[in-house]
Design a protein around this ligand. Structure first.
Ligand SMILES: NC(=O)c1ccc[n+]([C@@H]2O[C@H](COP(=O)([O-])OP(=O)(O)OC[C@H]3O[C@@H](n4cnc5c(N)ncnc54)[C@H](O)[C@@H]3O)[C@@H](O)[C@H]2O)c1
Length: 357
């Protein structure tokens, strides 16, 4: 199967691309290297895919080779033929280029992950978020219609649920109360997907992703675990702005569990369906800080600051994904953090000392 992965240079996108290639699918990746975090990190991600697919890379080999080998060592060695990879630097809102690429490639299915992510930034740049997350999504849906693509997996977000305190949210809950522009764009994306499934006959699955997704090379900016590791390494103090301070607990999913969910959705036969993909087991920030400090061998220094109004606590009811897809999150939190720290420590100095993460 030829699968288009949008946002392939991003955190989740590069893992999904590598998982598809390992299982023998051909991947077309697109990304515009937006300025949310440095291009160098995204090129590193693309080069992890390139190495796996046997393609040339731009990152110096001595920076990436050991990291690549370590990260691949977490998976069983593929036994079959690997899939191929082709990368386009492209903006998903550029309808002409997107359509041209669909025409050239003949895409069977799309896993749509390209977006502006993160709640606080969306409050600063709502128009940018709406343009990419909404117009970009409809541009891809339209290209699927134009070129007969059959399946679309939408990278949605738990932010669609708004603030539900400690309630476990399920897919039948109302999603009209997003509390950030980011959450609102993800609701819009889902509704556009639903409309496309009706009027274009496209098969769609929505993954309501429960994050922060963590694991090696976690998205660089605005992600709590990565920031804690980076700040501890650089002797800085991290600000905790969750709505319940150290007791703020999010349904953080390990990257491989999230990728499993996305691939199950890709293979799931349906006209339209929505699934929560998380752990259903949110853990408080104090425990994350404790584990990260232990693994690093240095306590994480922190201060509590005023909570961010758009920040939502989240806990997923994942019984639907368990029953209908056989989805089961497997990663133990300590092992997940250990891997994230292990890979962080192998990264070049420019990465470890990056500012404003
Ligand atoms: N990481 C999480 O915790 C989390 C939680 C919930 C939902 N999600 C969703 O998962 C998806 C991937 O998240 P991520 O953590 O990998 O983020 P990321 O920022 O690492 O990856 C997103 C990628 O999309 C690309 N992109 C942005 N605008 C683009 C455009 N106009 N054209 C082409 N490419 C563009 C970016 O350059 C980036 O590489 C996003 O849709 C995000 O909203 C992530």
């Amino acid at each position: 199967m030829k699968v288009l992965v949008t946002g392939a240079a991003g955190f989740i996108g590069n893992y999904v691309s590598r998982a598809l290639i390992r299982r023998g699918d051909d991947v077309v990746g697109i990304d515009n290297f937006n300025e949310y975090y440095p291009r160098r990190c995204k090129q590193f991600n693309v080069d992890l895919i390139n190495i796996l697919a046997g393609l040339p890379i731009e990152t110096p080999l001595d920076e990436i080779q050991n990291v690549f080998e370590k990260m691949e060592s977490y998976y069983p060695k593929p036994t079959g033929k690997l899939g191929s990879f082709k990368f386009y630097e492209m903006d998903i809102t550029d309808a002409e280029k997107v359509n041209e690429m669909f025409r050239t490639e003949g895409i069977d299915a799309v896993i749509h992950l390209a977006a502006w992510g993160g709640v606080p930034m969306s409050v600063q740049k709502p128009v940018t978020y709406a343009n990419v997350n909404v117009v970009g999504t409809v541009t891809l849906l339209d290209a699927c219609r134009n070129f007969g693509t059959k399946k679309f997996v939408f990278g949605g977000s738990s932010s669609v649920y708004g603030n539900r305190d400690d309630k476990k949210v399920s897919e039948t809950d109302d999603v009209m109360h997003a509390v950030s522009p980011y959450g609102a764009t993800k609701v819009s994306g889902e509704v556009l997907c639903h409309a496309a499934s009706v009027v274009y006959g496209l098969d769609v699955c929505v993954d309501r992703i429960f994050g922060p997704i963590y694991g090696p090379l976690q998205r660089m900016y605005g992600m709590f675990m990565q920031r804690a590791i980076n700040f501890a390494y650089n002797g800085k103090e991290i600000s905790i702005y969750g709505s319940k301070g150290l007791d703020t607990a999010k349904d953080s999913t390990y990257i491989d569990d999230q990728v499993d969910g996305l691939l199950l959705l890709l293979d799931h036969k349906t006209k339209f369906d929505v699934f929560n993909i998380g752990t259903s087991d949110p853990q408080p920030i104090r425990l994350w800080l404790d584990i990260i400090g232990k693994v690093l061998g240095t306590p994480v220094k922190y201060k509590l600051v005023e909570s961010d109004k758009g920040d939502v606590v989240s806990s997923a009811d994942i019984s639907k994904a368990r029953e209908m897809l056989g989805y089961e999150p497997k990663m133990n939190m300590e092992e997940g953090v250990r891997r994230q720290v292990e890979v962080f420590q192998m990264m070049p100095e420019w990465y470890k000392t990056m500012d404003n993460v």
